[in-house]
Unconditional design. Structure first.
Lengths: 489, 486
């Protein structure tokens, strides 16, 4: 049967590196992109006898993430060792949280094609990163040698485990994007998939529509972009459907996504799965959170994207599309709010400019909101100049781009470039007269009843005035002059 | 003046009066080590040159009056305690050439105090053993009788103090590794409350049980060293942040009215009659000084050894996983890929006892066995702790034999792991409960081997443990030190 007749069941395990200055259990820097093995110490190298000391900031960030995802914050949690051998795992165990994680039972909301979707969060736990292996070949098994960089070893991570509530690869992607948006809003992670500070593993299974028992699942790893998450799951769902249709069984296994080939490949079977031999980490004491610690974090949380989205609909009357796009990025939303705090005449106009020219120029120049030179008050001032008729909408685009490039005030630009709109009646009358004189053909057509030609003639007025003529006045004066002509014929 | 016969406290007075220098003390011990070491093999690494420089610095401190109780007094360190740029081998081929780039916290404290370090002492490999017979560098001999083991795992440290190769030494105790060799060599050894002494830089065997502790010839000297090393350390999350008394000052408290518990579970079949007699004599000595002797029960004691060997091996299987040949220590030449590198490195680098314990611990933590072994062991561990909690509502200290018998001969037990493990039968409970315990000499057997008595106290009650020991020491008198022929 076609894929549409199956229910796709997906659960995601998302890893987000926490944006703390130092590592989870030592004082080494967490900054990205440094020379290999320059941000290491005896502790994150796992030298014998070294001991972990928990970074309080990382605990705070994990709780912050938990609160933002509506989790129950566990007042008591503990660390456990996850044991396995790999060259980049400096202690040959990862300090993680097994049966008593710091946060549990949360959820996240988002919209898929206008429909609201809620995905449960099973748990969030704190753990440490491993180092990074650089293989001479494509993988550790076919390499002559591997180089190890421990700069990443010990960077704090949170693992966010979802319930198997996701029902399509698209939902999986949007869920990831929503998580990124939330984690960035609350400042706990920069969530850069390309730098690996946001990663995910996905569990997927299929069952016939209406069934209640989940099918056999596979786990997909190595999806390094939002697009890859969706693509890999689309591929895997098709693969499951084909196997099930041909009466074959799904093998429970871990598969890796090959982005170049666009397929998933078997990594290891259930039988080959590691036995991690988790046990309580004896070198750390349990994490006991005071009520005040949690309350303080709760009080410091910013308005989250979902709340902002609702407020933008109600308070600003923005369409859902606009509200979603602007609220997805906290910096963009704050910029928008700074503009409308000064310019409250037309929220939709601000939204249009943000989604239009503002984002176009940002994308072109590859910069972030924080780097934009236009001050929100200048943004508002430009809109006022338009409202006052000082500049036309066409001129406004020129002015805006100049503001974007130079950071100058719109008024200055208008003066420097002589872009003030011509609203002087006699000047416009003169231009209109010139246009009528220079375009006898179109004028005759208009007088012969072809109203549409008026647009062309208005365009000529704007052209002759180098865009500076007040378009309403141009329109009005042109009509009046043509009416005179018609009368005199 | 025979420097080697002076106690640490006597040396302190001489140093303070300027009648002797630290350099002279260190030189005397160097001479002694050079004479006796070929027979004993107490040390893996000797650091005489550095020790003499440290002695000069100590003399400078004494001149400047910036010294403390142990300034200028030399010490020997067990070779699982990390020393900056000085080999720290754990008596294993795996770490034969490993030089840590940092000092353990206890080593920092020792250096700050101006104590010259004579060398690193031999031990059972990775502290796994009760005789030093598992050392990659060969066993240490018991200075009382060279045919006998000095006990273990801190056998090198114990032998060095008993043989006057060092006035003081540090060891580590996971299940008796300080107390059992102290008993076998006739000196004092302390396993402090878990969390009293920093574990930072001490190569772990079983993290939830390991503690560093002192060896000395007398109770007072051990108390002085304990005072130095018992400091809170923010780099050890299990370090207890409580006020630390000067243990030397706690000794004089008399035992009148002290309630002394004698647990019947420790006087079992198989307990050597001479050992029992000696312990009873120590108890009697306390009674004579006005202590109240109370028969108590520690009903889960017979489960302690099994519990210990599950918890300790489980933790060691994880703690020793990092010896994979990637970053430090031995790496096999015989490698095809990462997996064979791990396998061959570990197969070549670890001795049989270490491998045995890693396998036991790996098994105990494996899926399907965890609940039956590790989880159950944690539950029994709690029961053992509760036994002590209950007992300490009735008594102030508990007295037991340290070991069921005196030192055994080389080769006697090394082929029979269970027999070897049984020598820890009386010592593991204190580690499982996290409470302090001390072993001190209580007499000599008919074949002239020392007998140890163990004093166990509640958590952080080192002071009453020490004052009890001091009272016994005064009453019984010294057994002396072995007449080692050189």
């Amino acid at each position: 049967m076609p894929l549409e007749d199956y229910t796709i069941v997906i659960g995601l395990e998302v890893h987000a590196e926490l944006a703390t200055d130092s590592k989870l259990f030592c004082g080494c820097s967490t900054s990205f992109g440094s020379e290999a093995n320059t941000q290491i110490c005896p502790r994150c190298l796992g030298l014998p006898g070294t001991l972990p000391v928990l970074n309080k900031k990382a605990v705070e960030y994990a709780v912050r993430a938990g609160l933002a995802l509506d989790c129950k914050i566990n007042k008591f949690s503990k660390f456990d060792r996850k044991n396995y051998f790999y060259p980049d795992l400096s202690k040959a165990y990862q300090i993680s949280q097994y049966d008593q994680p710091i946060c549990e039972h949360g959820h996240v909301e988002f919209y898929v094609g206008g429909e609201k979707k809620v995905v449960g969060i099973t748990r969030i736990h704190l753990e440490e990163e491993a180092g990074k292996s650089i293989h001479s070949g494509t993988s550790i098994s076919d390499s002559d040698f591997s180089l190890e960089d421990y700069n990443r070893s010990g960077i704090p991570l949170i693992e966010i485990v979802s319930e198997p509530d996701i029902r399509s690869p698209e939902e999986a992607r949007i869920y990831m994007e929503t998580l990124r948006s939330i984690l960035r809003y609350i400042g706990v992670s920069d969530c850069k998939m390309e730098e690996g500070s946001l990663r995910c593993d996905a569990n997927i299974s299929l069952m016939p529509k209406g069934a209640t028992v989940f099918g056999t699942r596979t786990e997909i790893k190595n999806m390094n972009s939002f697009r890859a998450v969706q693509k890999a799951l689309e591929y895997e769902a098709e693969r499951h459907a084909k196997l099930l249709d041909s009466g074959e069984k799904i093998v429970q296994e871990t598969r890796t996504w090959d982005d170049n080939l666009g397929i998933t490949l078997s990594m290891r079977s259930k039988e080959e799965a590691h036995d991690y031999r988790y046990f309580p980490e004896p070198d750390l004491v349990p994490v006991i959170l005071e009520d005040e610690f949690v309350t303080d974090i709760k009080n410091s949380l910013p308005e989250l994207p979902a709340e902002k989205f609702r407020r933008y609909l109600e308070e600003f009357g923005l369409p859902e599309y606009d509200a979603e796009l602007i609220t997805a990025d906290r910096d963009l939303a704050e910029y928008f709010e700074a503009v409308v705090a000064i310019y409250n005449k037309d929220y939709k106009a601000v939204s249009n400019w943000i989604m239009g020219e503002f984002m176009r120029l940002m994308n072109e120049q590859g910069i972030e909101v924080g780097e934009v030179k236009i001050k929100p008050e200048d943004f508002a001032a430009m809109l006022k100049l338009m409202d006052e008729g000082v500049i036309s909408s066409k001129i406004a685009k020129v002015v805006f781009e100049e503001m974007f490039n130079t950071g100058k005030e719109p008024k200055t630009i208008v003066e420097e470039k002589g872009l003030v709109q011509i609203s002087d009646s006699s000047a416009i009358e003169q231009i209109v007269a010139d246009v009528i004189k220079d375009n006898p053909g179109p004028v005759a057509e208009y007088l012969g009843g072809k109203d549409k030609v008026l647009g062309f003639l208005v365009g000529q007025v704007m052209k002759l005035s180098k865009g500076k003529a007040n378009p309403q006045m141009a329109n009005e004066f042109l009509k009046k002059a043509l009416a005179e002509l018609s009368k005199n014929q | 003046m025979d420097i080697l016969k002076k106690s640490v406290l006597e040396l302190r007075e001489l140093l303070d009066k300027g009648e002797i220098s630290s350099r002279e003390i260190v030189q005397a011990y160097i001479d002694r080590i050079e004479k006796t070491e070929p027979k004993l093999n107490s040390f893996v690494t000797l650091t005489f040159e550095e020790a003499l420089k440290d002695a000069d610095r100590a003399d400078e401190m004494i001149r400047n009056k910036t010294h403390t109780t142990l300034t200028g007094i030399p010490i020997a360190l067990k070779d699982n305690i990390s020393t900056y740029h000085v080999k720290t081998t754990c008596s294993s081929k795996m770490l034969e050439n490993y030089r840590p780039p940092f000092d353990a916290t206890v080593v920092k404290l020792i250096k700050q105090a101006g104590m010259p370090i004579l060398g690193k002492t031999n031990m059972d490999e990775f502290a796994m053993g009760s005789s030093t017979e598992t050392s990659y560098f060969g066993p240490t001999k018991n200075p009382w009788n060279l045919e006998y083991v000095p006990g273990g795992s801190s056998g090198g440290s114990a032998a060095s103090v008993a043989a006057k190769q060092a006035p003081l030494a540090l060891g580590t105790d996971t299940g008796g590794s300080i107390r059992q060799p102290a008993a076998f060599t006739g000196i004092v050894g302390i396993k402090p409350t878990y969390g009293l002494v920093s574990r930072y830089g001490v190569v772990p065997f079983a993290s939830s049980l390991d503690q560093v502790g002192p060896f000395a010839r007398t109770v007072a000297e051990s108390a002085a060293l304990l005072s130095l090393i018992a400091q809170y350390d923010k780099y050890d999350s299990t370090s207890l942040n409580n006020p630390r008394p000067d243990y030397l000052r706690s000794l004089e408290k008399d035992v009148k009215g002290l309630r002394v518990g004698v647990p019947k579970e420790f006087f079992i079949d198989g307990l050597d009659a001479e050992v029992e007699q000696a312990v009873r004599k120590a108890v009697k000595a306390l009674e004579d000084q006005g202590a109240e002797i109370v028969d108590i029960e520690l009903p889960h004691s017979d489960k302690a050894l099994a519990t210990y060997y599950i918890v300790a091996t489980a933790e060691c299987s994880s703690n020793l996983a990092r010896f994979d040949g990637v970053r430090f220590g031995h790496r096999s030449e015989n490698t095809k890929d990462s997996v064979t590198m791990f396998k061959h490195t570990r197969a070549e680098g670890f001795g049989p006892e270490v491998k045995r314990r890693i396998m036991l611990g790996t098994y105990a933590l494996s899926a399907g066995y965890y609940d039956a072994y590790y989880l159950k062991a944690l539950k029994v561990r709690r029961l053992i702790k509760e036994d002590f909690d209950k007992a300490f509502t009735k008594v102030d200290v508990i007295i037991t034999p340290t070991t069921p018998s005196t030192a055994f001969k080389f080769g006697e037990k090394v082929q029979d792991p269970i027999a070897m493990y049984l020598s820890d039968v009386f010592t593991t409970t204190a580690n499982l409960a996290g409470i302090p315990a001390l072993s001190m000499p209580a007499g000599l057997s008919s074949n002239n081997l020392p007998i140890g008595v163990q004093i166990i106290a509640p958590s952080l009650a080192e002071e009453v443990m020490l004052s009890t020991a001091y009272s016994i020491e005064k009453a019984l008198g010294s057994i002396g030190l072995p007449e080692l022929e050189v």
